[in-house]
Write a protein that binds this ligand. Structure first.
Ligand SMILES: [Zn+2]
Length: 165
């Protein structure tokens, strides 16, 4: 597997940093392993944290993948793989980034954060199919219902004005 720095680099985007392809990345290609610190404190929150799927632990990623931005129509995804130690006991979950589509050289690599409704924030990704919120697509209808109720209660529709069309 080639080193990540032969495939991607961290660059500037208007609101911070992002991950960009140095060369064309083929669909299904492994872009790199996400390394970082595994956190098992359920109270811990960070906008970079990756849920490791067992509802207990999450991964606080180190660069470069710390800078992966969200897009509602992503060109990459996180791939979680469970590992086992030689004696058969479960090991840490390994996280890697894989291309969902062919990514052109210079293009920003983005994933769908699909956050839990509790952490949802308005999305400005600009994709044609932008959901308007950084949230798990399955939880979007619930979120919109909640927002509608909140808007009706306050008499203002903030969520609507944040939506990019
Ligand atoms: Zn979006």
């Amino acid at each position: 597997m080639p080193a990540w720095y032969d495939i991607i680099r961290v660059g500037k985007v208007p609101y911070g940093k992002g991950v960009f392809a140095i060369r064309e990345i083929a669909q299904g290609e492994m872009i790199g392993r996400v390394t970082g610190k595994v956190i098992t404190d359920p109270e811990y929150t960070s906008s970079y944290c990756i849920d490791l799927g067992d509802e207990v632990s999450s991964l606080e990623p180190r660069g470069p993948f710390r800078y992966l931005n969200h897009c509602c129509q992503p060109n990459a995804k996180l791939y979680l793989q469970e590992t086992v130690y030689d004696d058969g006991t479960p090991g840490p979950t390994e996280v890697s980034v894989e291309a969902l589509t062919t990514i052109a050289a210079g293009e920003e690599v983005r994933i769908d954060y699909a956050w839990d409704i509790a952490g949802a924030i308005p999305c400005l990704c600009g994709a044609m199919e932008c959901r308007g919120w950084i949230v798990d697509p399955a939880q979007l209808p619930t979120l919109l219902k909640k927002q509608k109720k909140a808007a009706a209660a306050s008499g203002a529709s903030k969520a609507g004005s944040n939506r990019m069309k």
